[in-house]
Design a protein around this ligand. Structure first.
Ligand SMILES: [Zn+2]
Length: 304
């Protein structure tokens, strides 16, 4: 019985040898596949974890960048406020040494509040007070990334206009914005020493008479094919043409036009713009009125 069983087992092994080998190979292959599958799955999960970590790091960096940008903006605003305060202090100190005869400095009876966007400042009508400094100066960044001071009343509109011009391929940059009374005292005194009072009066505003002191006016220039078009060259640029068509949409006017010298008291200045608000700027454009003196019926021309 025992022998028979042994023989039976051997016979069985012999008969099924091929099947047994196939089963062993299949078990090995399945094991191998499972091992490979697990390994791949683990690697995939590792990659997903890494991706999630990378995304987190990127998010952290974006938050850090935003915080840094906000801090830089705040710093620029604080610097602008500090500069305005310093200018005001300097103005108070230098007012006694002013070269302006205050008896000839008359403010207009109307449109005479320098903190209002309807103020008219010209050679007949000075700023009141003559040492006026805007209390709302903020820093604006032009298309070249340079920082300048403007009254907050004009700053946001300037930024919108500057961005629109850049988007239209007509970017211009700032060359001068707010100028304090004390800036103008030293500038005017320098030119009086150089050319005498009559000479100085032909190209340098007396302190207290410059529209730049309101913080509502600025001068622009443009770079075309590597050449800077400043002051009287600016009107040769397509940027000037763009401003003629669009400045009013943002509340700005060209303040001094050719042919109106006896009314404004100044030669044509295609580079000098003044904020008056959208309503007035568009109304002047529609009616074809070129000067604030005519629009508000204020006297102008030369000094008294
Ligand atoms: Zn100007």
């Amino acid at each position: 019985m025992q022998i028979h069983t042994k023989r039976g087992l051997k016979g069985l092994l012999k008969r099924h040898l091929v099947s047994i080998i196939i089963i062993i190979v299949a078990i090995g292959a399945a094991g191998g596949f499972l091992y490979w599958y697990n390994d791949t799955k683990n690697a995939e999960m590792d990659k997903m974890t890494l991706d999630a970590l990378t995304a987190n790091i990127k998010l952290d960096k974006t938050i850090a960048d935003l915080k840094a940008k906000k801090a830089a903006e705040l710093k620029a605003q604080q610097e602008a406020a500090a500069k305005a305060a310093a200018d005001q202090a300097q103005t108070a100190n230098s007012s006694t040494a002013a070269t302006v005869d205050s008896s000839t400095c008359n403010a207009s009876k109307t449109h005479n509040d320098p903190s209002s966007i309807d103020v008219v400042v010209n050679k007949k009508h000075c700023m009141q007070p003559v040492t006026y400094a805007p209390g709302d100066l903020v820093s604006v960044i032009d298309s070249k990334g340079s920082s300048y001071l403007l009254s907050a009343k004009a700053a946001s509109s300037f930024k919108l206009m500057s961005d629109a011009a850049t988007a239209a391929g007509q970017s211009f940059y700032l060359t001068s914005t707010y100028r304090s009374y004390s800036d103008q005292v030293s500038t005017y005194a320098y030119w009086v020493n150089t050319s005498g009072k009559a000479g100085a009066d032909t190209y340098s505003a007396r302190p207290g008479y410059s529209e730049h002191q309101t913080g509502l006016a600025f001068d622009v220039a443009a770079t075309v094919n590597g050449t800077n078009y400043v002051l009287s060259d600016f009107n040769k640029t397509s940027q000037y043409t763009w401003l003629q068509a669009h400045a009013a949409d943002y509340g700005f006017i060209q303040r001094y036009y050719a042919g109106y010298e006896s009314i404004t008291g100044y030669e044509t200045e295609e580079w000098h713009y003044r904020y008056v608000g959208v309503t007035v700027a568009k109304d002047m454009q529609t009616k074809g009125i070129k000067t604030l003196e005519q629009y508000w019926n204020i006297t102008g021309g030369d000094y008294y």
